[in-house]
Ligand binder design. Structure first.
Ligand SMILES: Cc1cc2nc3c(=O)[nH]c(=O)nc-3n(C[C@H](O)[C@H](O)[C@H](O)COP(=O)(O)O)c2cc1C
Length: 785
C-alpha cells in the first residue's frame, strides 16, 4: 500500500496511525491495539519503510498505551526507530481516555529521552502558549494540533506565531469566521465534485462543523440555523454575504468569544471524561504476556483481570461444536509452488470466505490474493498474488486486487468480490464444475508434481473482470447473491451489497449494471426500522441471503464518543427479492448439483459444433457455430439479420466484417451465458462489438473494463478512441475526461507523444481538457516535510 501511495499517488509523507481509540477498530486488532503485538507492530513499520524506499518519510502516531496499565509507548517508540521511522507523534493519552483529561505530557518527555528520532508532542494544544509550553516541558521537536483546529483552522497561525516568539495575530470576527467556513464548505464540495450530486452530501457532512465555527458567538443563532438548513452552496453564500452586516441576521463585527479558545470541541473532552471499555481480538495479549511487553505494564494488572476488555479465551473450550473439522489445513502460496505465506505470515487475516457449490470448494481472500480451499484441505492461489496490490483485470495470475473484503458465489461458476472501489467478477473455468472430473488438481504443489509450471496450470482459466465501479468513500462490508432476481433477461440473479449506511441491489441480467438503492440513506447513521429509504443503518458489517428472498444484515452500533459498549445487531430485511427460481442448498453431497440455464447454455456453446447449430458466423477468418433462435432472442441486431424478412435471414452463414475474432468469442459467450469475462486487452473491441450488435448490458460491462484499465500512458489514446465512436460512448468519454483531469500531470509526463497526437487529431477536445485542467483546484496541496 505504501509503495502504491508513493509511486501511484505521489504522496509526500506516510504517517502510520497506531493511535485510533475506537473500540470497533481495536476489537479487530487495529489502531491502538497494534503496539500490544510488538512483533507485528515492528513488521508493519518495517514494511511501510521498505515500501517508501527512502523516497518519503514514514512516521508513526501512537498513544501512551491502551489503558494506564498497558503502556506501550516506549517499547513501540524504540521499535519504530529501529525499523526506520523518521519521527514519532505521541498523543499523550491512553486509548481508553478517548480525548478526556488528564493529558500526560510527562509521557512525551519519557519518549523523547528513549529515542533519537524527533518526537512530536500532541494533546491539549489549544493556543500558541500551549505549544511553547509543551515543547519546553518535554523537549519534543514539534507539536501536533487536533481538536483545536475543528472550526478554528486559523489556530495554526497562532501556534506558528507563538513558536516564533511573535504576539498572536488578532482572532477573526464573526464575519471573517463565516467567510472561512464558507471557503471550507466550498473546498469540501470541490473535493467531492463528481461523487456528490448537487453538493448535497458535502453540505450534509459539513453540518457538524457549523456549530464548531460559530461556538460562543452571541449573534450567530439565525446564521447557524440558515447554514444548517442550506440545500446549496448558493444558499450558503447568500446567508454569509448577502445579509452580512446590513441586516439583523448576524453581527459581522462581533469579536471572537473568549470561550471559543479552549473549548474542547468534541464529546469526551469534559473535565471528568469516563474511560471507555476497550475491546481486543481473542488471544491478542499472548505475545505481550509472554514477555513482549511485561516491562512496561504498570501496576502488574493484566487486561482480563482488570475486567476492561478481552473475551473468554478459546483455550480449553470445545471449539468444534460437534463438527468434524478434519485435519489441520496447510497453506500453499500456489503460484510459485512454495509452502507458507511469504512475509505476511499468519498475521495476514483470511477474509470473505464463501462456499461455491458449482466447483465444490471454499474461496477466500488473503492478502491481495483469492485462494481456493479444496476438498483435500489444501489451499492454492487462484487469482492475484498475496503481496501484490493493484487493479488489473485478467486471468488469475495477472489479476490484481486492492482490498478484497466480501465475496459471494452465484452457484453457476462466477464469484463476486468487493474490492475497495469496485465489484469484481471471477469467472471460474467450466472444467472446475464439480463432477466434471476435469477440475484443477488441488494437490499441494511439490517438486515431484512439477513446481511452478504446474501451479500455473492449476490457475489458468480463472478470469477477473470489473463489474462495477463505486464511490470510493463507501466501502462495501456485505455482499450476497440472490438467484433468479435479475431485472431483465432470465435468471442472472442479483447482487445485494451493503456500504456504510446503505444497501443496494445490483441486477445482473438487466439493461445495465446499475445499483439501485434498496434501503437506508447515504451519510445518515442511525438505527431505525422502515421501508426502503425510510430505514436507517449505522454501520453495515455483513449481509447474507437465505435463498428465500430474505437478507440478514449485521448493523454495528457503536458511539465511541459516548463511550458506549458497541452492539452488533443482526437485522432481518425482507428486501422484496423473492427469487423466481430458488435453488435450495443441499446438505446431501450425493444429490446432483442444481443446473442453471446460463451454465447449461455455456456447456452447449462449449460443445460446438455438435450438429445442433443452425448458423455459422465468420469473424476475422474464424467460424463460430451458433443457434439462430438464441442469437435472435438475445440481440435485436441478429433478430434483424437472421430472423426478419431480409434475404439473408435464412442464410446459413453470416459474416461480420471489421471485427476481431477474440472479441466476438467473448460476445458469443455473453449471448449464451449472460456472463462476460472481458480481458482488459479486448475491452475496447468488445465494447465496439456490443454497441454494434445492440447488446447494452455487455456494452456497459466492456466500457467499465476500459475505464478500469485506464492509465496515464493510455488515457490520450482512449480519449481519442471514445470520441471517435459516437454518442453511445459519450458517457465513457466524460468519465475518461474526468479521469484525465485528476491525472493531468502524470498523463503529460507518461504520454507526451500521445498528448501531442490528441492535440493534432482533436484540437477541440485538447482545448477543453487544458481549459478544465486550469480551472481544476489542486486536490493534493503540496506540503513540505
Ligand atoms: C475528529 C478527529 C479525527 C481524528 N482523526 C485522526 C486520524 O485520522 N489520524 C490520527 O492519527 N489522529 C486522528 N485524530 C487524533 C488527533 O490527531 C489528536 O491526536 C487528538 O485529537 C489529540 O490532540 P488534541 O488534544 O489536540 O485534540 C483525530 C481527532 C479528531 C478529534
Amino acid at each position: 500500500a505504501v509503495r502504491q501511495l508513493v509511486l501511484e499517488y505521489g504522496v509526500h509523507h506516510v504517517d502510520l496511525n497506531f493511535g485510533c481509540p475506537v473500540r470497533k477498530i481495536t476489537a479487530r486488532g487495529g489502531g491502538s491495539a497494534l503496539p500490544l503485538r510488538p512483533g507485528l507492530f515492528a513488521r508493519l513499520v518495517a514494511a511501510a519503510v521498505a515500501g517508501a524506499d527512502g523516497q518519503v518519510p514514514v512516521t508513526v502516531k501512537m498513544r501512551v498505551g491502551l489503558t494506564p496499565e498497558l503502556s506501550t509507548a516506549l517499547q513501540a517508540g524504540r521499535a519504530a526507530e529501529a525499523e526506520g521511522a523518521a519521527a514519532i507523534t505521541l498523543h499523550a493519552r491512553t486509548a481508553d481516555q478517548l480525548y478526556s483529561p488528564p493529558v500526560d505530557w510527562p509521557a512525551v518527555r519519557q519518549l523523547v529521552e528513549a529515542v533519537r528520532i524527533p518526537v512530536i508532542g500532541n494533546g491539549d494544544v489549544y493556543e500558541g502558549a500551549d505549544a511553547v509550553r509543551l515543547m519546553a516541558e518535554t523537549g519534543c521537536a514539534g507539536v501536533m494540533v487536533g481538536r483545536a483546529a475543528l472550526g478554528r483552522p486559523w489556530v495554526f497561525r497562532e501556534v506558528a506565531a507563538a513558536l516564533q516568539g511573535r504576539p498572536p495575530p488578532p482572532p477573526p470576527s464573526l464575519g471573517e469566521v463565516a467567510r472561512v467556513a464558507l471557503g471550507h464548505v466550498e473546498a469540501e464540495a470541490a473535493w467531492y465534485r463528481g461523487y456528490d450530486e448537487g453538493q448535497r452530501d458535502s453540505l450534509r457532512r459539513f453540518r457538524k462543523f457549523v456549530p464548531l465555527y460559530l461556538f460562543g458567538f452571541h449573534s450567530a443563532a439565525r446564521l447557524q440555523a440558515r447554514l444548517l438548513a442550506a440545500e446549496s452552496l448558493e444558499q450558503w453564500r447568500a446567508a454569509v454575504y448577502d445579509d452580512a452586516g446590513g441586516s439583523a441576521m448576524y453581527d459581522a463585527g462581533e469579536q471572537f468569544p473568549a470561550a471559543g479558545f479552549r473549548h474542547p470541541r468534541l464529546k469526551g473532552g469534559g473535565a471528568d471524561g469516563p474511560r471507555q471499555r476497550m475491546g481486543l481480538p481473542d488471544g491478542w495479549m499472548e505475545e505481550w504476556r509472554g514477555g513482549g511487553g511485561g516491562a512496561e505494564q504498570r501496576g502488574g494488572r493484566d487486561a482480563d483481570a482488570g475486567g476492561h476488555f478481552g473475551r473468554a479465551s478459546a483455550a480449553g473450550a470445545d471449539a468444534r461444536c460437534g463438527l468434524d473439522l478434519g485435519l489441520p489445513i496447510e497453506l500453499f502460496a500456489g503460484l510459485d509452488g512454495q509452502p507458507g505465506l511469504p512475509w505476511f505470515g499468519s498475521d495476514w487475516p483470511i477474509q470473505s470466505s464463501t462456499w461455491d457449490a458449482h466447483s465444490g470448494a471454499v474461496y477466500f481472500a488473503q492478502g491481495f490474493a483469492v485462494m481456493r480451499l479444496g476438498s483435500d484441505n489444501t489451499v492454492e492461489v487462484v487469482a492475484g498474488e498475496l503481496g501484490a496490490v493493484g487493479k488489473a483485470d485478467g486471468p488469475g495470475p495477472v489479476a490484481r486486487f486492492t482490498c478484497p473484503t466480501c465475496m459471494a458465489s452465484d452457484g453457476a461458476g462466477a464469484l463476486y468480490l468487493s474490492d475497495r472501489d469496485r465489484i469484481r467478477k471471477l469467472q471460474l473455468p467450466p472444467a472446475w464444475r464439480k463432477g466434471e472430473g476435469r477440475g484443477p488438481s488441488l494437490a499441494a504443489p511439490t517438486a515431484a508434481a512439477g513446481g511452478p509450471a504446474d501451479a500455473h496450470a492449476h490457475v489458468e482459466g480463472v478470469v477477473v473482470s470489473t463489474l462495477l465501479l463505486i464511490d470510493v468513500t463507501a466501502s462495501i462490508q456485505g455482499l450476497c447473491f440472490l438467484s433468479g432476481c435479475g431485472s431483465g433477461s432470465g435468471d442472472s440473479g442479483t447482487l445485494v451489497y451493503g456500504a456504510d449506511s446503505t444497501i443496494y441491489r445490483l441486477p445482473l441480467g438487466g439493461a445495465s449494471v446499475t445499483p439501485v438503492l434498496l434501503a437506508g440513506a447515504e451519510g445518515e447513521h442511525e438505527v431505525a426500522d422502515g421501508v426502503g429509504s425510510g430505514a436507517r443503518f449505522n454501520d453495515i458489517r455483513g449481509l447474507v441471503a437465505d435463498g428465500e428472498g430474505y437478507c440478514y444484515c449485521v448493523d454495528y452500533c457503536c458511539d465511541a464518543d459516548a463511550s458506549d459498549v458497541e452492539d452488533p445487531r443482526p437485522l432481518v430485511l425482507d428486501l422484496g427479492l423473492k427469487p423466481q427460481h430458488c435453488h435450495r442448498p443441499t446438505s446431501n453431497a450425493a444429490t446432483p448439483l442444481p443446473r442453471t440455464l446460463p451454465a447449461d447454455l455455456g456447456v452447449l456453446l462449449g460443445r460446438q459444433p455438435d450438429g445442433t447449430a443452425d448458423v455459422t458466423i465468420v469473424v476475422g477468418g474464424r467460424t463460430f457455430h451458433a443457434h439462430r433462435g438464441l442469437l435472435c432472442a438475445r440481440s435485436d441486431y441478429f433478430q434483424q439479420r437472421l430472423g426478419g424478412g431480409f434475404a439473408e435471414s435464412s442464410a446459413q452463414q453470416l459474416t461480420l466484417p471489421e471485427a476481431a475474432a477474440d472479441a466476438f468469442g467473448v460476445v458469443l459467450r455473453f449471448v449464451y451465458t449472460d456472463a462476460a469475462d472481458i480481458p482488459a486487452a479486448l475491452a475496447q473491441a468488445v465494447a465496439e462489438l456490443a454497441d454494434r450488435l445492440l447488446l447494452p448490458e455487455l456494452f456497459q460491462q466492456a466500457t467499465a473494463v476500459v475505464e478500469a484499465s485506464v492509465s496515464p500512458g493510455t488515457v490520450a489514446g482512449l480519449l481519442l478512441w471514445a470520441e471517435a465512436r459516437g454518442p453511445a460512448f459519450s458517457e465513457l468519454l466524460s468519465r475518461l475526461k474526468a479521469w484525465y483531469l485528476e491525472n493531468h500531470e502524470k498523463a503529460m509526463q507518461a504520454a507526451e507523444e500521445q498528448m501531442k497526437l490528441l492535440a493534432a487529431q482533436s484540437p477541440s477536445l485538447f482545448f477543453e481538457l487544458m481549459r478544465n485542467t486550469r480551472s481544476q483546484p489542486s486536490k493534493r496541496p503540496r506540503t513540505r516535510w
